[in-house]
Design a protein around this ligand. Structure first.
Ligand code: CMC
Length: 438
């Protein structure tokens, strides 16, 4: 796929007086890259780019984001339009297929989500053997990996039917997520129902109980749809890159996604949504003293960071955070809930956005800053927040895994390094070693 985007422009590189020409690649939205695929072969040099700040690992047709302008498009559609007009299931279909589903395609896809909702009964015993208080992300990652043994046919013939492959995983992860919560509370499991939509089904599995039937609330279903859409893809972020890298070794989809879930768990990535609410709770407990947190975040000797702020790519507003902030107000109003954490979050945002430290570094609220307040209003406990992020990100991970798998230019992911350890030295037998030899 890359060769299609090579332009007739070139970049010139001079190394120790020797000149090299490197092709320039241009994407459909005008993003430019220097094609260094032959760099090492022709020059003997590699590039060094810690944290991959400047390195494109692939071309992709799935998501476009322009961090300086706050633009995020899935398959060419603006996130604002999708969040306003679509269900999560439609967006999942879009990410996987490249087009929005027709009514028939949508029905077929939804039927499959209903059909695959159960997990093998033997898997339910797994939940009983995790120690109490196991992090739900650890359970989710383990359970998804073990799906490869319960449903091995997909591992053997991975992309025979993308709808079956994707719906099986998206549907079962929803069930696993809800069961994880029920088990953590010691409450009876509620099985999925074929007659409910994707989000309503999840909420029912989470909150229905033999002693108090759950009443499905359309506002809550709409809020959940929106929040999952906003999380559905974000091009080559840490977890998606992990899914691609693990999958590039030709491991099955379940194992690749399980690795992605582990990456997402980190507090600098998806784990930030839980950390934000914990930070806001701490501020609330200290009578709203947010200034201490702002001062700590600015102190170069303190590793503390204002969670929910900053982004590797967005150097202006994260468009998702604008939509989520508005959704927060709408959901809380619709449910008649008043959450003091929302007021603290808004004050914190206001103070940070007017502070030189944050202005100079282009630090704005990211997707994780307000999402936890919606989850709280819906009744989802904070240790499940990152699981919710994973539920949303699944279609994106699967779409990227498939794109990588189908790419004719696919190679196993294998970065290089610059070795800076000891030079070659003679081996010393054990009896002759002295401390000074180290
Ligand atoms: N609070 C205080 N200072 C910050 C923050 C923050 N949240 N984020 C970045 N900075 C400072 C950082 O100290 C550095 O300052 P200096 O130039 O003086 O050393 C400067 O801004 C650049 O930061 P960086 O660490 O080079 O930026 P990065 O692109 O490597 O990191 C980040 C991006 C998201 C990991 C980081 O902004 C961060 O740690 N944010 C808090 C955690 C968070 O909210 N994560 C969720 C990210 S969005 C959703 C997702 O990916 O899952």
């Amino acid at each position: 796929m890359i060769d299609k985007f090579v332009t007739n422009k070139i970049a010139e590189l001079t190394i120790e007086g020797e000149k090299y020409s490197l092709p320039i690649i241009e994407g459909t939205e005008g993003e430019k890259a220097i094609d260094i695929r032959k760099l090492r072969q022709e020059t003997g040099y590699i590039t060094l780019d810690s944290g991959y700040m400047n390195t494109g690992s692939c071309t992709s047709e799935i998501t476009y984001l322009e961090g300086s302008k706050g633009i995020l498009n899935y398959r060419g559609y603006a996130i604002e339009d999708l969040a306003e007009n679509c269900s999560f299931v439609e967006v999942a279909y879009l990410l996987l297929h490249g087009h929005l589903p027709t009514a028939d395609e949508y029905q077929h896809f939804s039927n499959l989500l209903g059909r695959f909702a159960l997990i093998h009964e033997d898997m339910i015993h797994f939940f009983d053997h995790f120690p109490p208080n196991t992090a739900p992300m650890a359970i989710l990652s383990s359970m998804v990996n073990s799906l490869s043994n319960f449903y091995p046919e997909m591992a053997e013939n991975p992309i025979e039917d993308i709808d079956i492959m994707a719906t099986r995983l998206i549907s079962k992860v929803r069930t696993i997520a809800a069961f994880t919560y029920k088990k953590s509370m010691g409450w009876p499991l509620v099985y999925p129902r074929h007659d409910l939509s994707y989000c309503a089904n999840f909420l029912n599995m989470m909150f229905d109980s033999p002693v108090k039937p759950y009443v499905i609330n359309d506002e809550v279903v709409a809020a959940l749809n929106k929040i999952l859409i906003l999380h559905a893809d974000h091009e080559q972020n840490c977890s998606t890159s992990t899914v691609r890298l693990v999958g590039s070794a030709r491991v099955n989809l379940y194992a690749s996604i399980s690795a992605g879930i582990s990456a997402l768990w980190g507090p600098l990535h998806g784990g930030a949504n839980q950390a934000v609410v914990e930070m806001l709770e701490d501020i609330y407990a200290s009578d709203g003293d947010y200034q201490t947190y702002i001062d700590r975040a600015k102190n170069p000797d303190d590793p503390f960071r204002l969670v929910g702020f900053g982004h590797r790519v967005y150097k202006s507003y994260d468009p998702r955070s604008i939509i989520i902030k508005k959704a927060c107000d709408d959901v809380l109003e619709a449910l008649n809930v008043s959450d003091p954490l929302l007021d603290i979050a808004k004050e914190l945002e206001e103070v940070a956005l007017n502070d030189e430290f944050f202005i100079e570094r282009n630090l704005y609220p990211n997707v994780d800053f307000y999402s936890g307040i919606i989850y709280r209003a819906i009744g989802i406990p904070s240790n499940m927040f990152t699981v919710m992020f994973a539920l949303g990100r699944l279609p994106g991970w699967i779409a990227h895994w498939k794109e990588m798998w189908d790419d004719p230019n696919w190679r196993i992911g294998r970065p290089r390094q610059i070795y800076v350890g000891p030079k070659h030295r003679p081996f010393i037998p054990k009896e002759e070693r002295e401390k000074k030899d180290r």
